[in-house]
Design a protein around this ligand. Structure first.
Ligand code: FES
Length: 112
């Protein structure tokens, strides 16, 4: 089966009303991070190879800004604008994991 993109990164931009107990990635800058990832990916020549998608809630709200990369299934948490260039260079280009951003429940974290 052919694959349209080599990788997808989905970045949560979900918004909830202020004061909601779950919080949300929008209030932490999810849309800005998603846009910055898109720009940086294109600058690295990934247009057509990697797709940066804005996503609804990824059900990891407390750890937001949340993002997940496929096909690897790598979950990142607490992503900020400062992490964008590293995610693009290491994960989207090279397929490496940025360990410090792995979500707490990530399988690679367990027993590591
Ligand atoms: S609001 Fe972003 S993971 Fe739920």
């Amino acid at each position: 089966m052919s694959q349209r993109f080599e990788r997808h990164i989905f970045v949560c931009i979900n918004a909830r009303e202020p004061g909601h107990p779950k919080g949300c990635c929008a209030s932490k800058g999810g849309a800005e991070v998603a846009e910055a990832l898109k720009v940086a990916a294109y600058e690295q020549g990934l247009k057509g190879r990697v797709r940066v998608n804005k996503a609804g809630c990824l059900d990891a709200c407390a750890d937001g800004i949340s993002a997940v990369v496929y096909p690897e299934g790598v979950w990142y948490r607490g992503v900020t604008l400062d992490d964008v260039d590293e995610i693009v260079a290491r994960t989207l280009v090279a397929g490496e994991i940025v360990e410090r951003l792995l979500a707490p429940a990530h399988p690679r974290k367990a027993g590591a």
